[in-house]
Design a binder for this molecule. Structure first.
Ligand SMILES: C[S@@+](CC[C@H](N)C(=O)[O-])C[C@H]1O[C@@H](n2cnc3c(N)ncnc32)[C@H](O)[C@@H]1O
Length: 232
């Protein structure tokens, strides 16, 4: 395993053992608004199949499936951390949606998506952990091909990532698979989705703290939020 994936695993394992689903003041507090908006549109359809890549503990997939009649939706949830998959399974039971959620423990790049399978593919803050900057387009292509006509893709990608040692105030080299600028991210998504209807492409600033190698580090990023719909 490469160092970036190792760091991602360490960070998320620790985060999920400290914070619970929907905990106030954490990024697990509520689902992404675009995911819920797409869910509202799709809830008018029957037999909806969704895919959540890097699903974590169900922050998006669980509220998403709750928008539907129980028998009209299923969501496959792919997550690399066995601990997170188990918490997701327990959360789905606690929220009464275990029949609509399928937890799958896998690396995103190793999960084979059959073409034209899903009405909605969400990949919230995972592509930058799973692919290098050079290969992130491969992940996007796989997601696009797996989407049915009229279906949606909802992506969130951390860009312009910077880290500072809080003790020395010196810049630290971030450890992440894909360190991508907002400009390159917009260019990539606009190119990859040129034949789709792009409904959202914007950025919001985010700041948090982490501890690595005993150092307190503050990290900042601009999160790209992207929504596109495949033509019918
Ligand atoms: C920032 S969290 C976001 C979780 C969830 N999508 C959400 O929005 O709440 C990123 C998630 O992706 C998972 N992850 C990281 N690398 C992955 C990989 N290569 N394949 C699958 N999941 C991965 C992490 O373990 C973590 O749960």
């Amino acid at each position: 395993m490469n160092r970036a994936q190792h760091e991602s695993d360490r960070f998320h394992r620790e985060y999920y053992s400290t914070h619970s689903l929907f905990e106030a003041g954490t990024w697990l507090e509520k689902p992404t608004s675009s995911v819920m908006e797409i869910g509202s549109v799709l809830s008018q359809r029957s037999a909806v199949r969704a895919l959540d890549l890097g699903a974590g503990v169900g922050r998006n997939s669980i509220p998403f499936v709750r928008l539907f009649n129980p028998s009209s939706v299923v969501c496959d949830c792919v997550e690399i951390l066995p601990d997170a998959v188990e918490i997701l399974r327990q959360n789905a039971i606690a929220q009464g949606v275990a029949d609509r959620i399928t937890p799958i423990c896998s690396h995103v790049a190793e999960y084979k998506i059959a073409p034209n399978t899903y009405d909605m593919v969400m990949a919230m803050s995972v592509l930058e952990h799973a692919y290098s900057a050079e290969r992130i387009a491969e992940g996007v292509r796989m997601i696009k091909e797996g989407t049915r006509a009229g279906g949606f893709n909802c992506l969130s990608i951390a860009t312009d990532l910077e880290e500072t040692d809080m003790m020395t105030h010196e810049a630290v080299e971030p450890i992440i698979q894909a360190r991508i600028s907002a400009q390159d991210c917009s260019a990539l998504l606009s190119r990859c989705y040129s034949e789709w209807e792009i409904q959202r492409l914007d950025y919001s600033a985010f700041k948090d703290k982490l501890i690595r190698d005993g150092k307190n580090i503050e990290w900042t990023a601009r999160y790209c939020m992207f929504v596109a719909r495949k033509p019918e």
